[in-house]
Design a protein around this ligand. Structure first.
Ligand code: SF4
Ligand code: SF4
Length: 306
């Protein structure tokens, strides 16, 4: 039986308003939890796991102890004067986070229905109309929630709201086909052209991703290809040449570079997750500009996302 949009639900970590970097115009961005990749440079580590998670920001903790009493499992405690969460006991009920008045505890991943997300998206309708903006789904990987996205976008289109998806492209082609008729723009990542390097840094090979990218171009969809620019990982002349060759072959000469930054580092600490790029500095303007120029020299229209 097909569920109605009110019944389809997905874990959402954030709904960000007034975004200017996730598609045309002013956009509301919906971040879903769950991703088939785990990129070393991921700036949204709370979106990798599909399950709800509790994060703890040590720097914000006032050591009041209110969260200790709130936990039904005794999972929050102080050990040797250090506040710890025993994740093996945690039910992610969020009781501790709601008791903390200092913002030191946060629950990532609230279940929301399509109707609830749509209500949030509609709130900024006037800004979409004046800027040709709309809604963008991101994550995580929205294609893991194909049914949710298809229903959300169908209802947005009925309302005249522009739709856009940020995707890593690692999905069944059938999933892309399901949302194709109701998706105005695709922001599609090309992280690395070498299959082994792609797998090393993201956990998955790029074969399915590149096949989907080619099929998407053939379908006539509006696709913007983007590349997170990670110094020492994918800025080599070989990768630039391979990416340029692919883009020319796919009849799309545009590429948007997204220079590597470390703004997600605090969330890795909050979630007690290992950060894999400790030895790599953020991508500076000089490096980004030299890579941009290298793409332009190969006939690729290339911009840098700031
Ligand atoms: S989320 Fe619930 S179970 Fe987990 S530490 Fe907080 S109060 Fe305890
Ligand atoms: S309730 Fe918040 S501020 Fe108080 S001890 Fe727990 S995490 Fe720290």
């Amino acid at each position: 039986m097909k569920l109605s949009g009110e019944a389809i639900a997905a874990a959402v970590t954030n709904i960000q308003e007034f975004s200017l970097h996730d598609g045309p115009g002013i956009r509301t961005v919906v971040f879903f939890k769950g991703c088939p990749l785990a990129c070393d440079w991921c700036a949204n580590p709370e979106c990798i796991s599909g399950a709800p998670q509790i994060g703890f920001m040590q720097a914000l903790c006032a050591r009041c102890g209110r969260c200790f009493d709130a936990c039904p499992r005794g999972a929050v405690r102080r050990e040797e004067n250090v506040h710890r969460i025993d994740y093996s006991r945690c039910l992610t009920c969020g009781g501790c986070a709601s008791r903390c008045g200092h913002g030191a505890l946060v629950r990532y991943g609230d279940m929301m229905t399509v109707g609830e997300v749509l209500d949030a998206v509609r709130r900024d309708r006037m800004f979409y109309d004046s800027s040709r903006g709309g809604v963008t789904v991101s994550g995580g990987e929205p294609l893991l929630k194909t049914e949710f996205v298809r229903d959300l976008f169908t209802r947005c289109k009925e309302d005249g709201i522009n739709t856009c998806i940020e995707t890593c492209g690692f999905a069944d082609w059938e999933s892309l086909c399901e949302i194709l008729p109701v998706t105005d723009h695709f922001l599609f990542d090309l992280k690395h052209m070498d299959a082994a390097a792609h797998e090393k840094h993201t956990g998955q090979s790029n074969e399915r991703i590149l096949a989907n990218a080619a099929l998407l171009m053939e379908s006539g969809a509006d696709v913007v290809f983007r590349q997170p620019l990670i110094p020492g990982v994918n800025d080599s002349p070989e990768n630039i040449a391979a990416t340029a060759g692919f883009l020319i072959g796919a009849s799309n000469k545009g590429l948007e570079l997204m220079p590597y930054h470390r703004m997600g580092l605090g969330k890795y600490r909050a979630l007690d997750m290992k950060y894999h790029l400790d030895g790599i500095n953020p991508c500076n303007d000089e490096t980004a500009e030299s890579v941009r120029a290298a793409y332009e020299a190969k006939g690729i229209r290339c911009t840098i996302s700031r």
